[in-house]
Unconditional design. Structure first.
Length: 256
């Protein structure tokens, strides 16, 4: 029965195999990668899987309007509204205030203490047990606040989530913060999933690499994937051969 559930509700084929099981409870995960590589899609796909498993979820959006997130998720066949109606999904809007919207939003999204307090209130509203929080993305936070405050905010959210037995998933583009700060963020979290845009034969392809995952035996292998309307992220495993075999990438990674 458990295998049937995981097969039906897995975010995408083979992902749990790469990380050695489901995402561990009481953990913090960083989804990093090139701009346009699919970080938000991956985070939303994992979040929808958590909703499918009846886990309460929160999206903290710093990159776009909540309506855009709902529209985008619907394009992949994920219906977030039905979970909003049964109090399983809530959104903390830290984006709209920057566009002049004043109602139903966090009024000072870069007052991180205020955001943290607001987030605690929303977690309690959802039951404060095994809550999954997606922060998409960390880039505006690091751009608009001091690094020490941004790091402290990230640590605070991770601690709240772990205490509740849930998961925190944060996205961050490579190259948007200094390398030493980026490595510090990587060292703080329990798991890192990296997405890459690789140029091969004058074409750009997407690859996924699980770099670390606490309490799991990972497969440290680059796997190509596509983003497909109506489905989301689809991993492209070779038909033959071991998952442990590392592919040969003749092209170059695109960094920006």
């Amino acid at each position: 029965m458990k295998r049937l559930l995981e097969k039906k509700s897995a975010p995408f084929k083979g992902f749990y195999e790469l990380i050695g099981g489901s995402l561990p409870d009481a953990s913090s995960i960083l989804v990093s990668g090139d701009p346009g590589s699919g970080k938000s899609t991956l985070a939303q796909q994992i979040l929808y899987d958590e909703l499918y498993r009846s886990k309460p979820c929160i999206i903290v959006t710093y990159d776009t309007f909540p309506a855009n997130i709902i529209e985008r998720m619907n394009q992949f066949g994920w219906d977030p509204r039905k979970y909003q109606l049964i109090n399983k999904l809530d959104m903390v809007d830290c984006y709209s205030a920057t566009a002049g919207v004043t109602e139903g939003v966090v009024p000072q999204p870069f007052d991180l203490t205020n955001v943290s307090i607001h987030l605690t209130t929303v977690m309690e509203k959802l039951g404060n047990r095994q809550v999954t929080i997606v922060v998409d993305s960390l880039m505006p936070i690091f751009s608009e606040t001091e690094s020490k405050h941004a790091v402290g905010f990230l640590q605070s959210i991770a601690a709240k989530v772990k205490k509740a037995g849930g998961k925190m998933i944060a996205t961050l583009s490579t190259g948007c913060v200094p390398p030493e700060l980026f490595h510090k963020v990587e060292s703080m979290v329990d798991g890192v999933v990296e997405l890459r845009m690789v140029e091969e034969h004058n074409m750009l392809h997407r690859y996924l690499l699980v770099r670390k995952m606490d309490r799991r035996q990972i497969m440290p292998r680059l796997v190509r994937f596509d983003i497909v309307n109506g489905k989301g992220i689809q991993l492209k495993f070779p038909r033959f051969g071991s998952l442990w075999k590392r592919p040969s990438l003749g092209g170059s990674m695109v960094r920006s």
